[in-house]
Design a protein around this ligand. Structure first.
Ligand code: ZN
Length: 483
């Protein structure tokens, strides 16, 4: 199909700013299709490398000043982009990166967005993931200098009675924070049943009528039976807050995948088929070059190549294989076989996604972007590269790779994880001895409790998957998933 035969999105006679920007975007995208239909798109690796090196060595341009609280993200996007391009740093720059990251560790646990900034789940994720790329076990390597005990206490101090987490003290609940917490806890091997109790039910409550996920859901409480007594958190209604969104959906689905070993009984459920349907709907039409959008009726954007495109790999990892679901068959009676001649056998059009990234996502001066004519930036550079990689590869579990990763990341002389487990077992034993019955009513946590550094015994119902023996390290799983 050529740019002249592609069907533009129809509009009625009442143009709005949405329909006008859509039409404008389609025109710009079509202009980026090569005139020669046979020209093979190529990834301008050298130009992107130069862009990333410039940012790392010379520092970011002045317009990044507003990102002062996102320093771990800027470094993580850069390092992970190198990683996707299969480029490693020299030892000197690695050590420089490790020392920079460690300066962001908060004395009370977690990482802040810069030196002496408050700890927050999002920069904590970025810092720990960056260390997973450039750090190493042993002295000065960063990995063993992460204070796991304080990290765990920081996580528990953010925990809410409904299984969700604040992203930082005195802040809000957001599924992006939960994803960041779970990845960090997985990489550091500090997930306990206590930490994730109730979290899967919270994540499930975020799925909207569209099939994708929103950022949070609204809790409701039953009136208290006594004047100062606790309010009981109701299991329903639990409406999702806001519309389905690509970023939230990726975070919710990835969280769900990480929580599978800890699902309680009876297990909360997500509707995987309506999720798949929504993900498929987010892929743009040929006139949008097959890029992804993050919400219904919005413009395509390179970063959703990863948030939405990458979600297909997550679905595959839990047995929903879009390639195995046949596309609608051609209407043979009408003789319209040609209508389907430009689709492959998958619900995710991998070829089209690659074309969007390669034709429209690459900035001629290096780096990748949302869409032309926008500037390249490090966030979109990584998201586009990761989306391209997920469109070109299949994820499959590899016991050999898993073992190799686990062996190379064994901590040296760090017994904190073991201590955490023993402390949890002790707390559980105390809980069972001390309470003939447990109060299953949930109540809102008082602000003073939210910030409490100690790990509180909780009053959640325990599920069937809380055997301490199940706490085998899953440190490699996420890295394999993401790379
Ligand atoms: Zn974007």
């Amino acid at each position: 199909m050529t740019s002249t035969t592609m069907r533009r999105t129809p509009i009625d006679s009442f143009p709005t700013s949405t329909s006008s920007t859509q039409a404008e975007t389609e025109k710009i995208l079509l202009d980026h299709l090569p005139k020669d239909n046979k020209a093979a798109p190529t990834l301008q690796t050298q130009a992107h490398m130069q862009f990333l090196i410039r940012n790392l060595v010379q520092g970011f341009p002045a317009r990044y000043t507003s990102q002062d609280a996102s320093q771990p993200w800027l470094l993580y996007w850069t390092l992970e982009a190198f990683s996707v391009l299969q480029v490693g740093l020299d030892p000197g720059n690695r050590q420089k990166a490790v020392d920079t990251i460690m300066a962001w560790q908060h004395p009370d646990g977690g990482f802040g967005g810069g030196p002496h900034q408050a700890a927050h789940l999002l920069p904590t994720y970025a810092a720990v993931c960056a260390l997973a790329i450039v750090g190493k076990p042993g002295e000065g390597g960063g990995w063993d200098q992460i204070d796991r005990k304080k990290m765990y206490n920081f996580f528990m101090s953010l925990k809410q009675p409904d299984g969700s987490f604040f992203v930082a003290h005195h802040s809000e609940v957001d599924v992006r924070g939960i994803y960041c917490l779970l990845v960090t806890a997985t990489l550091l091997d500090i997930i306990t049943p206590e930490l994730v109790e109730g979290t899967s039910a919270f994540v499930a409550s975020l799925q909207t009528y569209e099939g994708g996920f929103s950022s949070a859901s609204q809790p409701y409480y039953a009136p208290s039976t006594s004047p100062n007594g606790p309010s009981a958190l109701l299991e329903s209604p639990r409406p999702p807050l806001g519309e389905a969104h690509g970023g939230y959906t990726f975070c919710a689905l990835a969280s769900w995948v990480m929580l599978l070993p800890y699902l309680p009984s009876p297990a909360p459920k997500i509707n995987k088929m309506s999720l798949l349907r929504w993900l498929v709907q987010m892929q743009g039409s040929p006139v949008e070059l097959g890029g992804f959008k993050g919400r219904t009726n919005k413009l395509v954007d390179g970063c959703y190549s990863w948030w939405v495109g990458g979600a297909f790999a997550l679905l595959e990892s839990i047995g929903i294989n879009p390639s195995a679901i046949p596309a609608p068959s051609a209407d043979k009676q009408e003789g319209k076989d040609d209508d389907w001649s430009d689709i492959d056998d998958s619900l995710l059009n991998r070829k089209a996604l690659q074309e969007y990234i390669l034709f429209a996502g690459q900035h001629p001066a290096g780096g990748l972007r949302d869409k032309p004519p926008k500037n390249a930036d490090s966030y979109h550079t990584l998201s586009c590269l990761a989306g391209l990689s997920s469109a070109q590869h299949k994820v499959f579990p590899s016991p050999t790779r898993r073992k190799a990763l686990l062996d190379s990341w064994k901590s040296t002389g760090n017994s904190t994880n073991e201590e955490l487990r023993k402390a949890y077992v002790r707390r559980r034993a105390l809980l069972h001895r001390g309470n003939g019955h447990r109060d299953h009513r949930r109540r809102p946590v008082e602000p003073s409790e939210r910030n409490a550094p100690s790990v509180q015994p909780n009053n959640y119902a325990h599920g069937g998957n809380d055997d301490v023996l199940l706490w085998a390290s899953r440190a490699s799983a996420n890295r394999q998933m993401n790379s």
